[in-house]
Design a protein around this ligand. Sequence first.
Ligand SMILES: NC(=O)c1ccc[n+]([C@@H]2O[C@H](COP(=O)([O-])OP(=O)(O)OC[C@H]3O[C@@H](n4cnc5c(N)ncnc54)[C@H](OP(=O)(O)O)[C@@H]3O)[C@@H](O)[C@H]2O)c1
Length: 283
Amino acid sequence: MTTETITATVAGTWQLGDLTVNRMGFGAMRLPTTDRDSAIAVLRRAVELGVNHIDTAAFYFTPLLSSNELINTALRPYSDDLVITTKVGPGRDPSGEWVRARPDQLRGQVEENLRQLGREHLDVVNLRIGEGLDRGSGSLAEDFGALADLREKGLIRHLGISNVSPEHLDEAQAIAPVVCVQNQYGLGARREDDELLRLCGERGVAFVPFFAVAHGHESDAVQAVADAHGVTAAQIRLVWTLHQGKHVLAIPGTGNPAHLEENIAVSGLRLSEEELGQLDPIR
Ligand SMILES: NC(=O)c1ccc[n+]([C@@H]2O[C@H](COP(=O)([O-])OP(=O)(O)OC[C@H]3O[C@@H](n4cnc5c(N)ncnc54)[C@H](OP(=O)(O)O)[C@@H]3O)[C@@H](O)[C@H]2O)c1
């Protein structure tokens, strides 16, 4: 008997504006911490396994490797269905020091992504607000307005926002269409965003959690569900996010080829109502 390889297409699709993505995607933040050849192999394997939504940023780099340049090397010429989402707002100077772009500097950050990725426009750009993992506060209107202008000029196709509250979503949507919200969220991590996740679903906006695998504390309930399916707790944390709504997109990050295979493998794993009930109380 042959075992058919499960691909990201099994997770179903979602529309980011006019762009269709498989709900199981890939986060590129972890790539520069591995070696160049392995990182390139992981990216190519991800695409081979059906991933067509990759999350990146110009500030994902180590002294020798950058996520954007690895994506460029591994995947150009890009296939028509590949959607690359990047983020601006924060940046890092060549020494790695964090900086924050003023509204008039956002164009430079967009162009930096265009150069590194080798594209003439960016598919999706998230405005990332706030410092570190603290949720952003204050108005995003000036920054988002600057990005809306770049969208009008054709440098960006679609906009998203990251590290935000429901009020930020209202504020951004009053300025320009928002296709996605990218916040930290997962089993046992930032469940206060349950409400924002629901709101995004109501408005047809994708909710894209980050740290869905990495941050969530160990739990017997997660392990029990994992054991029942013969998978790992990390896989259950990941697939649980996909069960929170059809508008939830996964972008698990890894530089490890075995973890990549494991993540894609749960694209089709369905949790029962009873299992979801056991997992839901994990806050
Ligand atoms: N908007 C924002 O502010 C923001 C912030 C952070 C991240 N992001 C984006 O979100 C993506 C996801 O976040 P992330 O990569 O930090 O976290 P994640 O997807 O929650 O988890 C990644 C971590 O878990 C490990 N991992 C991945 N798959 C695994 C598996 N099947 N079994 C066991 N361990 C596994 C990875 O290590 P190995 O490499 O060893 O597998 C890595 O340490 C990032 O890649 C980035 O694109 C956005």
